[in-house]
Structures are given as C-alpha cells and as structure tokens.
Write a protein that binds this ligand. Structure first.
Ligand code: AMP
Length: 359
C-alpha cells in the first residue's frame, strides 16, 4: 500500500533546490489567479499545471497568468513527472480543486515539495476525525444524529466527500429522511443550524514571531466570505420548501460564487480564539496545519458560533480579496491570501526554514 511521501524525502529535495529560482506552481483553477498574482508580486516565477483545460482565459487577466504552463494528460501523470517539476525548483500550492482532482491519496504521495502539512488531509477528509479535532479543540459544532429514526428537527444529510454540497438534503423527520436518502453513499446527519453563515479565512505561520502569538508562530485573520449556493439561496422566491418538495424541487447547495462579508466587530475576539484553538489542537494532533485555513461557521441569533467544517488550505472564498480585504488591509495593505502564501515561502527561504512550511 503506497504511503505518504516522507519528510526526509521532501527535505532532501528542498536541500537540492536553487533557492534563488523557486517557482510557485498550482493547478489552473480555483484560486490560481491570486496565487500567481501574489507569487509574482513577491518575486517568484510561476507555473500553471493544466489538464486539457483552456488557458486562453488567462490572457484576459494578464497579472494572474502564470509565466509558464505545464500540460499533463491527467492529474495522476503528475506522479511520474515530478523530476521535471523538481528541476524547476517547484513548490506546489495545493488548493481544494488540486487535491480533489489529484485525489487525496495521490496527493499524499506526490514527491514534490508542497506548501502546508499534508498530514492534515486525513483529519479533514474524514468527518469523524474532523469532529474529534474541532470538538477536542473546544469548538462547538452542529449536533450529530447517529440514528435517523431520532430526527425530530430539521437536519442536513451530508454525503462523505460530496463536493460543493452536491446531493446534500434537508429532512425534518424520519419519513423525510427515507424519501431523500441514497443508501449507496456514506452519509452523516447533523442538526441544521439556523443562523447566518460566515466563512472565516485565517493564516497560520509557524515561523513568524510578530503579531497575534500562539504557542508557536502567529495567527492572522485575512478575510471572510459567504458562499452563493444554488439553488438554496434563491429557492424561497418560488414558495415554501414543503410546497416545492411536493412538486419535486429539492434545495441544493452547489457553490456558484462568493460574496465578501464582514462580521460584527464584537464577534472578532471570539473568531480569533476559534482559529487559535483549531491551530493549537492541530499542533498537538498532527504537528499543525500550516498557512491558510477556513472555518465555516454559522452565527445563531443568540450570537453563538458553530463551526460545521474546516478547510485546511486556501479556499475559493478568498477570491474576492485579490487586492486586499477590510481585515488583511490591517495586516498589510492590498494583501491577498495568495500573496500571503508567497510571503511565507519567501520568509522561510530567507530564514532557512523552508522545511517548516513545506511537506
Ligand atoms: P459543507 O459541504 O459542509 O461545506 O456544506 C455545504 C453547505 O451546506 C454550507 O455552505 C451551508 O450552506 C450548508 N450547511 C452545512 N452544514 C450546515 C448545518 N449544520 N446547518 C445549516 N447549514 C449547513
């Protein structure tokens, strides 16, 4: 059974790199525009990995266009073409789509230095482990319902690994659940939390020392968004969910875009604390997540914050902030998450601690 590429192997590759010619690479999708733009602003070369997709659209966004494209037939082919990437001193910035397209298993084996700690993958892709992590960190999550017969209030049924909420459905009792469930997929049931959604984008640096200090490194909050989800965000215009169900229209949660938001300022201390707790616990459990992460939260009308998910890499919700956000501007004017990643690589390179931020 193939295993995750070892730290020794990655450290060995980093030792052989020409540090004056590092190249920041990612797959041409998701958050690539801000990753390339940010890397260029920090003086890196950039490389865009493409699998048959059109690249002409980058000509419309020249500052977000990579210096070079790296065409492959399939994402698994990357595993066999690592030598070419290593020759170019490549550091891969994995975004959600990159990991999804490669598959987490292949991504774990990829013998190219990647930004962040790959050990976080198993903790976030398994819903039970994710819950163990966050709840043991002291974060409140939506209640989990183990037996569908016990559904007595609205719940959300989530399929494992479902991307963008595809196939999720709301049920308010057991008959409702039976109507909607697809037994061929692994699922989990959680309380449907009524409130307003905020997706908070943090950045954890294990190597910097100035700022909001944790037991090791510092934490920043760079921005926040709300997802635009089709069709749940608009379905109310047609009538009540119950009426629509009778007509065969079910709500879906497919992400189609992102809206910038700010939270009430009085919630900021709590949000910073939640980020801090998630990082501190990750340090104890698996050596820590590194760089950007997102807590997906719902704030209830009694101002309680429940986190229903964590993403431990750059999320697409950071895209509205290529030229900064109301929060990142207070760290450094015009700072995007993509640029912050490039700054972290530059800082680690200049302080000779690249192995602390790559895996
Ligand atoms: P997820 O794939 O877990 O990010 O969930 C997809 C979408 O479902 C979210 O963006 C929310 O709109 C919604 N959602 C997820 N969990 C809950 C929950 N416990 N209560 C209410 N809405 C939720």
């Amino acid at each position: 059974m193939p295993t995750m590429v070892s730290r020794e192997k990655i450290n060995h590759i980093i030792e052989g790199y020409d540090k004056s010619k590092l190249t920041i690479a990612t797959a041409c999708s998701h958050t690539s525009l801000q990753i390339f733009d940010g890397a260029r602003k920090e003086g890196f070369r950039t490389l865009g990995i493409t699998v048959g997709q059109k690249t002409k659209f980058y000509d419309a966004f020249p500052r977000g266009k990579p210096d070079e494209f790296f065409h492959i037939d399939s994402y698994t082919q990357l595993l066999d073409r690592t030598d070419e990437l290593i020759k170019k001193n490549v550091i891969i910035v994995p975004h959600g789509s990159f990991v999804e397209y490669m598959t987490p298993k292949n991504f774990e084996q990829l013998e190219v230095p990647t930004f962040g700690n790959r050990r976080v993958l198993e903790w976030e892709s398994n819903r039970d482990m994710e819950r163990t992590w966050l709840e043991s960190a002291g974060l409140e999550m939506p209640r989990k319902i183990d037996d569908p017969k016990l559904i007595d209030k609205p719940v959300l049924v989530k399929y494992d690994g479902a991307k963008g909420g595809r196939g999720f459905f709301i049920a308010k009792d057991y008959p409702d659940f039976k109507l909607g469930i697809d037994h061929t997929q692994k699922y989990s049931i959680q309380e449907y939390v009524l409130g307003t959604r905020y997706y908070i984008h943090y950045f954890y640096s294990p190597v910097r020392t100035e700022g909001y200090k944790l037991s090791k490194g510092v934490l920043e909050m760079l921005s926040a968004d709300r997802r635009d989800e089709s069709n749940i965000d608009e379905i109310y215009k047609l009538g009540s969910l119950e009426e629509l169900k009778k007509l065969g229209h079910y709500p879906t949660f497919v992400v189609t875009g992102n809206i910038p938001v700010v939270v009430r300022e009085s919630l900021l201390p709590k949000l910073i604390e939640l980020g801090e707790r998630a990082v501190e616990r990750s340090l104890q459990l698996f050596g820590g997540m590194i760089g950007p992460f997102c807590l997906e939260c719902i704030v209830t009308d009694d101002l309680k914050i429940k986190a229903f998910e964590i993403s431990s890499r750059i999320v697409a919700g950071t895209n509205p902030f290529i030229s900064g956000s109301p929060y990142s501007d207070l760290v450094e004017p015009g700072l995007s998450t993509g640029r912050r990643i490039a700054q972290e690589v530059a800082y680690a390179r200049d302080h000779n601690v690249l192995q602390e931020v790559l895996s």
